[in-house]
Design a protein around this ligand. Sequence first.
Ligand SMILES: NC(=O)c1ccc[n+]([C@@H]2O[C@H](COP(=O)([O-])OP(=O)(O)OC[C@H]3O[C@@H](n4cnc5c(N)ncnc54)[C@H](OP(=O)(O)O)[C@@H]3O)[C@@H](O)[C@H]2O)c1
Length: 253
Amino acid sequence: MDIAVFGGGGLGRAVAAAVADRGDTVRIIGRPPSGRHDPAALVGADAVVEASRADAVVGNLRAALDAGCRRAVIATTGWTSDRPIVEALLREHGAAAVAASNFSLGVVLFGRLVDAAVGLFGPLASFDPYLVEWHRRTKPDRPSGTAGDLAERILAGHPGKRRVAGGATRGRPEPEELEVVSIRAGASPGMHLVGFDAPGETVELRLTARDRSAYAAGILAAADWLVREPRAAGLHPFDPVVDELLAGAPVVA
Ligand SMILES: NC(=O)c1ccc[n+]([C@@H]2O[C@H](COP(=O)([O-])OP(=O)(O)OC[C@H]3O[C@@H](n4cnc5c(N)ncnc54)[C@H](OP(=O)(O)O)[C@@H]3O)[C@@H](O)[C@H]2O)c1
């Protein structure tokens, strides 16, 4: 496979390393000095990976489509407002893309584990759910997008609970408040912990990221999914890729 990666930052380099590790061809396409990519630089790519910045997604996708590429994995975050344009461009060109704000297989499966745990503990009023996340001090947002998703999953099974903005930084929480705590310290690439506490015992599920290789593996699994057979034009979520992986399809991840 021949993969073109937009963006030579931490994620782009991790994807390029993963592609090279498995013996495929990769080129990193960095920020163009002129502001626009030359489609000639992308000709022949079986798939492009978008790993640059939100305001570059539409332009980069246009360049890839102009070069004849019809498969894309969009890992860049923060471009939600451009989603209708991206969807229209893909359909217009008969192209398919997988887009997700988190391509870690562990995160997807952790979400499903939390759903199962919430199904078990949710009906038991004696177990009080809580959520802790820890990221590097320089991470700009809190709580993380993944913590927000996990909180929604917990609330879905605890109808008596609700989220309170800034709840964990105020005084004693009300009984119905879901306690969500963010730690911003050091260099942690990401830790999420979901717990259920009862008077006599505690059950905790914890996901710890070590580096960006987990994202790279999921991104390549998505590229493989696109290449393996024709997919409908437009945007696809990551879940069908994971489902095929679980079903034993030959996805490398
Ligand atoms: N979906 C996931 O699982 C996942 C995981 C991790 C990160 N992300 C997201 O992926 C994106 C990249 O993350 P990162 O950590 O690698 O960020 P980063 O270190 O800031 O790297 C971004 C790179 O993109 C380059 N760039 C800017 N405009 C470009 C353009 N038009 N074409 C090509 N390259 C361009 C930047 O170059 P300059 O420095 O010259 O501007 C920089 O080298 C972010 O949106 C991040 O939130 C997603």
